[in-house]
Design a protein around this ligand. Sequence first.
Ligand SMILES: Nc1nc2c(c(=O)[nH]1)N[C@H]1C(S)=C(S)[C@@H](COP(=O)(O)O)O[C@H]1N2
Ligand SMILES: [Mo]
Length: 361
Amino acid sequence: MAPLDRLELPPRLVDWSILAAVGVALATGLTSLVSGQPGEAFVFVLHGIGGLSLVLLLFWKLRRVRRRITTGAAWDRATPVSVLLATAALGALATGTYWAFGGSLDLGPWGLLNLHIGLGLLVVPLLVYHLRHRFRVPSTADFEGRRTALSYAAVVGVGALAWRLQGAANALLDTAGARRRFTGSREKGTDGGNGFPVTSWVADDPEPVDTETWALSVDGRVARPLELGYGDVDSETDAALDSDGRRALLDCTSGWYSEHDWRGRSVGDLLDAADADPDARWVSFRSVTGYRWSLPLPEARAALLATHVDGERLSHGHGFPLRLVAPGRRGFQWVKWVESVEITRNRNLSEWLAVFVSGFD
Ligand SMILES: Nc1nc2c(c(=O)[nH]1)N[C@H]1C(S)=C(S)[C@@H](COP(=O)(O)O)O[C@H]1N2
Ligand SMILES: [Mo]
């Protein structure tokens, strides 16, 4: 306690630093959901350091305001929301830290990371309300002094050090947290065919697709629109298109990853067969449920519409008859039960909505 007492940070500076650290944690947290390439690992590192700095700053802040909360007479209109805000923030920090150390939680269709994301998002409206009632314009006096600068550097330094120690402790104890990918995800069911987890949004739960009536359409900015039956795309049968294989890793934002040998149709071949407009820029993949996602044309050409995983025909849960395999993209972009490939000039931003509400009629 004594060394912390000597590190005196002016209250306003603590408050502003908390705001900055929350901003970093939120921005990196949201960005992390669409980051999966090794070059984007820094997003996850910053998220960890931002979160751990926040633990320290909140400790300071709560020490300062605790009497305003424990003394009933000091409560005003905004206090209940402030208490909720502190609860949500501490909850987000606790779930994030617990995850990093290998913890899990079974909440039916959701897990610990979903709870972490939910609490983190809950912080936003509560913080906006809190700021509307408690915001004070800072003065330069809040930020002056060598002592302040030193204390401040110590906070960030301790945050980064805590992050390093967390990694070392995980490795030493060999926790499940030590075996996670740079995205934080843990391995499940690699090379085991259809045996890996099935993850769908709650409302995205179609009936098994009937290949008698199912067809894949390839249209939009193409000279020759295609309509293909399952016999035309099945990589087990002889068809007009060659089958293609690829090893790729699916990394779900709910915290697991799985690497497999996928086989199916190269999207590039399909686009060639349909004579796609080379000036088009986006390829949209749509599910029978309405769920959809787009990839830039060059990336789409290198992607696969898979019929098989590790030599097994895809199960219904994994997207039979056809699912997108988009190497380097996060799992939610790997559209299942694909029935339409559309080549477009501009990206259709409605897909951001579709990934959340598809399946609702
Ligand atoms: N149509 C559709 N595709 C979908 C989803 C969905 O809910 N509906 N879930 C996505 C998510 S969040 C992930 S992680 C992967 C999971 O694929 P899997 O269920 O085969 O493991 O599929 C993606 N594709
Ligand atoms: Mo996912």
